[in-house]
Design a protein around this ligand. Sequence first.
Ligand SMILES: [Zn+2]
Length: 314
Amino acid sequence: MRLCASVFVCWLASISAASAGQEIPDYPMRQVSEHVYVIHGPTEIPTPENRGFMNNPAFVITDQSVVVVDPGSSAYIGAMVLRQIRKITDKPVSHVFVSHIHGDHWLGSHAIKQAYPQVKIYAHPQMITEAKGGGAQVWLDFLSRLTNGATDGTQAEIPTEVLQDGQVITVGELTFRVYLSEHAHTKTDAMIEVVEDSLMFLGDIGVYQRMGRMDDGTFRGNIAALDRALALKFKHYVPGHGPAGGSEAGDAFRQYLKTVYDAAVKYSEEGLAPYEIKAKLMPRMDQYRKWPLFEEEFGRQVSLAVLEAEQAAF
Ligand SMILES: [Zn+2]
C-alpha cells in the first residue's frame, strides 16, 4: 500500500494515476486587502501549456476558517489553491463562492470538496440549474479538449447552496454580501462583497487588461451590473480575469462595453452594417487593442451588440 502524507495527497495521487490530467505548479498569490489573497491566473484561453488555468482564484481568511472564491478550471488547480492557502493558514475551508457557470471558475471545487467534505458551495440558483442541466459536462469536455486532457480526472462538484440577492453570510468575524444579476455576463452571475475589507469580487462581470466574452451575456445587463458595483465605491475590486485593483479594475471594461453598445445603437439606427460600425469604433479602441483576446473577440462583440440593440428597439 502506498504511504501518503495525508488522505488528500493520496487522493491527488490517485486521480493523477487514473487519468491523463496534470498537476500544475504553484502560481504566486498576492494579498490585496487585509483578509483577501488572489492568485492571478494567465490571461489567455485554456491551452495544454497553462493546463486550463486562466482565472483568478481567491481566498479570504477569517478568524475561524477560509472562504474560497472561484477555485479554477480543474481539480489540479483547486489543489494548487489549497497548497497556497496552507502556506498561510491551516484553518479549514468552510465556504466556496462560485461566480458563474463558466467552468474555468468553478470546477476546481472538486479538490476543495475532497479535502473538506463539509464545505458549503454557493452559487446563483440559475448556475445550479444550468450545471445540472448539462452545463457542467459541457465545460468538463470543453476544458479537456482545449488542454489535451490536462484537466482530466476532474469531476463537477455542483454547488448545493443557493444564493439570494442581498443575502448576507457571516463567516467568523467577516461579512459577505451577495449581489445577483439576471442577465449580465451570463444568466448565472454572483458578485460577492467582503464588507470589512471594502472589496468586491466581480466574477466575469468585470475583467481587466484582458477581453471578456459576451457570447452568453448582454451588454445592457453587464453595464448595469458594473454600474451597481462601481457606485458602491469599494476600495478594492477583483475582476474574473486580469489584475485586482481599485475602481479601474471594473471601470475599464464598463467603458468598453458602453462605447461598443452606444455605437451599435446609434449606427444601426442609421442603417450601418456591423463591419462599418466596427470600422467607426476602431479608432476609439486604442486602450483595449493591447488586451489579450481583443483580436479574437472584438468583431464578434460588435455584431452581438448590434443584435442586442436591434432587439431592444422592438
Ligand atoms: Zn465567464
